[in-house]
Ligand binder design. Structure first.
Ligand code: ADP
Length: 256
């Protein structure tokens, strides 16, 4: 059995003539919670989109679970950035979650009672059952995010990719979502999260991918989330740099 959830080799992505990702190669084991970090414009969203096939790379090899990504689509769930979703679309919370079953149902088959029950269970897990009949546009940012996590739960995917799930989400929801993702990880699933907040990295993740057009570093948090790597990804003038460096120094010396 292939031990890797994701293998990427020589991934190059351009928008027009501008390189956005350059020679990115990495391997991520199964069953880890991965933080994808880097400054704005570093190519984090593009990385997720290109491994999903939503953006076409110029070149590169991408495999999930040892197979070409096109062959394992139903095994990979994606929670897009909130800003990229049309929240005016007339659809209820329950219907969004049920979309997690489309891969298995096929578009012509209507969801059955068992699918609806599974959707209700997923809504319950993210604390959203009371909102099942709400139009998605009437939900708060945190609720919308939890809805997409419920949809991914229903898909029963092995790999989950979340693009900035905590943007505009209150701290209680963020902590609840992280515990849910940690539960998922315990089941052997692999979770990738585009994340901004450097001080929470060591608490949330096992593995990090530091990007800035090129891959700065990828590996276990304890080895890779170092002052030097953070500085090369973000630059020494980054406002969060000092704070993160301080925290990671404390973590590596065992204080945190
Ligand atoms: P991040 O998620 O790290 O902030 P992105 O992957 O969103 O970075 O963007 C990387 C770079 O690509 C940025 O300079 C951004 O302006 C540019 N970019 C993103 N999407 C597009 C697009 N659809 N067309 C052209 N340029 C884009």
């Amino acid at each position: 059995m292939n031990p890797f959830s994701l293998e990427v080799e020589d991934l190059n992505v351009n928008y027009g003539k501008t390189p956005v990702l350059w020679n990115v190669s990495l391997k991520v084991p199964k069953g880890v919670l991965v933080g994808i970090l880097g400054p704005n414009g570093a190519g984090k969203s593009t990385f997720l989109k290109s491994i999903l096939g939503l953006v076409k790379p110029m070149s590169g090899m991408i495999e999930f679970l040892g197979r070409a990504s096109s062959l394992v689509k139903s095994q990979v769930a994606y929670v897009p950035q909130r800003g990229s979703v049309d929240w005016d679309f007339p659809i209820t919370a329950l219907e969004v979650v049920l979309m997690g079953r489309f891969g298995r149902l096929g578009f012509l088959n209507r969801p059955r009672k068992a699918d609806k029950e599974a959707a209700m269970r997923a809504l319950e897990l993210v604390g959203m059952s009371a909102f099942k009949d709400r139009q998605i546009g009437e939900l708060s940012g945190g609720q919308q995010q939890r809805l997409f996590v419920a949809r991914a739960l229903l898909q029963e995917a092995e790999i989950l990719l979340l693009d900035e799930p905590f943007a505009g989400v209150d701290l209680t929801t963020e902590k609840a979502m992280i515990s849910l993702l940690k539960e998922w990880k315990k089941e052997g699933k692999t979770v990738f999260v585009v994340h901004h907040d450097l001080p929470t990295v060591s608490e949330y993740f096992d593995w990090v991918i530091l990007l800035n057009t090129r891959l700065v570093a990828a590996g276990p948090v304890s080895e890779v989330f170092t002052k030097e790597n953070i500085a090369s990804a973000f630059g020494k003038n980054h406002t969060l740099f000092e704070e993160a460096a301080f925290l990671s120094a404390k973590t590596s010396s065992g204080i945190l």
